[in-house]
Design a protein around this ligand. Structure first.
Ligand code: ZN
Length: 364
């Protein structure tokens, strides 16, 4: 076997503070460690994947071998290397299960460099000003000279085994073993998305996008002005309602409230209250936007289906999108408006009603 991937998933995750070991927590639909396994398998680079874990994991693939880890990271890493001894491994990639977001492209770039080097390690740089506390004194470090190393790190197996077997000090990555001995490490640019999940906050911060769906329908009646998306549209009828009957804005309001998980339009504007009689919909939207901003949300996009035979959406699309862009205070490019007819069926088909559905995405 020539290329081998070692996945270190034996850590206790002390900083994570959870009953479940960190590598088993659910991250974007599957256990954290599974992401790295899937990327390694999909890359087709590896003959074997060594999963180092202290808990037997349910995983079915003939390329994967589970072995028991040590107490510290460097012990687990060495156990895996010892297991691979005499198995004709040429290159070994070592990766921390806490980094689930690296790409196949990064694996390929590392492998390419390994033909000319014994150690290849990805790094990123920092935007922060970094200080170093040393001998009771703070020192300034030159930002451009700071390298934040990531995993996967890859090595010539023989060379790494030799260094690892002589090492007794706890090290936090394998690159340290090479640097300690003054040996060359080839650093290549890593990936910003290749973050390490260390605390629960890392997870919460990543899951901060919400979606909301909104629907509304109003009957068309004569002698009323038609308002859609906050503007007047020339038409033979208008929409009946307690307010101006603007189905687009009402559906957007419900979409935004849904995404904020704050019930619905009727909760905030009950239609049995005189206070809201004939209220213009943009005014209602304004107070919902204030709530959105007070909760520190911003809008990612709004997708709208306007369901009617007439007026023709193609004729008023630009005007409606312009108006919504101003009312929502967002870029026109993140608003989409589609017109849908209903084959002349039912109330909508007979031009007796207009309906609208909306999906909104918001983030914190
Ligand atoms: Zn309505």
């Amino acid at each position: 076997m020539s290329n081998c991937f070692i996945l270190l998933a034996a850590g206790k995750g002390k900083r994570f503070k959870s009953k479940l070991p960190k590598q088993l927590i659910n991250y974007r639909g599957k256990p954290l460690f599974q992401h790295s396994i899937d990327i390694a398998l999909k890359s087709k680079i590896f003959d074997k994947i060594i999963l180092v874990t202290n808990k037997k994991l349910k995983i079915i693939d003939k390329k994967i071998i589970q072995i028991k880890g040590g107490r510290e990271r460097f012990e687990s890493s060495y156990k895996a290397l010892k297991f691979l001894k005499n198995k004709k491994v040429k290159n070994v990639f070592i990766h921390d299960a806490a980094r689930p977001n690296f790409s196949i492209n990064l694996l390929k770039k590392l492998k390419k460099q390994l033909t000319r080097n014994n150690a290849v390690v990805p790094y990123t740089q920092t935007d922060s000003s970094v200080k170093y506390f040393n001998k009771k004194k703070y020192e300034n470090l030159i930002r451009e000279k700071i390298f934040l190393t990531q995993t996967p790190q890859c090595f010539n197996f023989k060379k790494l085994f030799e260094l690892s077997s002589k090492n007794t000090k706890p090290v936090t990555d394998e690159a340290s073993l090479f640097l300690e001995k003054g040996l060359k490490v080839k650093f290549i640019m890593g990936e910003d998305k290749n973050i390490k999940i260390t605390t629960k906050k890392d997870l919460i911060n990543k899951i901060n996008t919400f979606y909301g769906i909104g629907f509304d329908i109003h009957r068309l009646i004569k002698n009323k002005k038609l308002y859609l998306g906050g503007i007047k549209i020339p038409f033979h009828s208008g929409l009946k309602g307690h307010s101006d009957g603007d189905v687009i804005i009402h559906a957007i309001i419900d979409g935004l409230l849904g995404a904020m998980r704050k019930r619905d339009i009727g909760t905030f504007f009950p239609d049995n209250r005189n206070k809201f009689k004939n209220i213009r919909s943009p005014k209602m939207l304004k107070s919902i936007l204030n709530m959105l901003h007070a909760n520190k949300f911003y809008i990612n996009n709004v997708d709208i289906n306007l369901i009617c035979e007439k007026p023709k959406v193609s004729k008023c699309r630009d005007k409606i999108i312009n108006s919504l862009s101003k009312l929502l205070n967002i870029d026109k490019r993140i608003i989409n408006l589609k017109g849908k007819t209903v084959e002349k069926l039912g109330l909508i088909g007979k031009e007796k009603a207009i309906a609208c559905e909306v999906i909104c995405s918001i983030s914190k």
